[in-house]
Every structure is written in C-alpha cells, then in structure tokens.
Design a protein around this ligand. Structure first.
Ligand SMILES: NC(=O)c1ccc[n+]([C@@H]2O[C@H](COP(=O)([O-])OP(=O)(O)OC[C@H]3O[C@@H](n4cnc5c(N)ncnc54)[C@H](OP(=O)(O)O)[C@@H]3O)[C@@H](O)[C@H]2O)c1
Length: 97
C-alpha cells in the first residue's frame, strides 16, 4: 500500500512537512465536503499515486509515469457508481487517514 503524503496515520518518517500538510488539508476539505453532502451518490476519490518521476517528483522517484497512471485510471474506473469519499492508492487499496 502506498503511504500517501496526506495520510497523518502513515506519517512515521517525517520530512516534507509543508507538502504533507497541504495534502492533509486537502483531505480534510474533502472530508468536510462529503460530510456536508451525505447521501450524495457521486464517487469522490482522493488518490495516492506513489512517488512518480514528474517535474515535481524528480528523477529519483520510484515509479515512471507509465507505472502509476494506468493503475490510477483503472482504480478510478472501478469506483464508478460507488457513492461516497474514499482515499485510495493506485491499486485501489484504502490509505488510512
Ligand atoms: N509526482 C509525485 O510523486 C506525486 C505523488 C503524489 C501526489 N502528487 C500530486 O499530483 C499532482 C501533480 O503533480 P505532478 O507530479 O504531476 O507535478 P508536475 O509534473 O510538476 O505538474 C504540475 C502541474 O501543475 C501545474 N501548475 C503548477 N503551478 C500551477 C499554478 N499556479 N496554476 C496552475 N497550474 C499550475 C503545472 O503546469 P505547467 O506545466 O503549465 O507549469 C503542471 O501541469 C500534485 O498535486 C502533486 O502534489 C504527485
């Protein structure tokens, strides 16, 4: 399972504090929005793609874009019609908040 930089529960190593805080804040906003709109039938997804070699991820990242994005897309596709908010990694595994 991907750790997810927005996951407070999975933050066992520290580092990247400001980045982590922005991702946790985004998660909190989504939780609030989902709570305000209980009964909404839309699928809401927060996703942890893994550490990917992009401009942001840098050349030292673990995964190529092609290793992560197709799995992310498949995971999004599988959540079609699943009402409510989930925090998932690229394999569709739940990431602890
Ligand atoms: N890479 C990873 O390992 C990783 C892991 C987990 C989550 N994420 C998240 O995934 C998202 C995309 O990251 P990435 O790795 O794909 O980064 P990236 O390759 O650096 O791409 C960032 C994108 O954001 C756009 N952007 C930056 N500042 C902007 C602004 N002020 N207004 C509008 N657009 C702006 C850039 O546009 P231009 O190309 O026009 O500059 C670019 O398209 C981010 O939220 C990142 O935190 C990334």
């Amino acid at each position: 399972m991907e750790l997810g930089q927005g996951s407070i529960a999975n933050n066992l190593s520290g580092r990247f504090e400001v980045y982590r805080a922005t991702k946790s804040a985004l998660n909190q906003l989504m939780r609030s929005d989902a709570a305000r709109h209980q009964g909404d039938q839309r699928a809401l997804l927060l996703m942890a793609p893994g550490w990917v070699k992009t401009d942001l991820g840098g050349p030292g990242a673990t995964f190529e874009i092609g290793d992560s994005i197709p799995l992310l897309v498949d995971t999004v596709d599988r959540q079609r019609g699943a009402a409510g908010l989930q925090y998932l990694d690229r394999h569709g595994q739940t990431v602890p908040w």
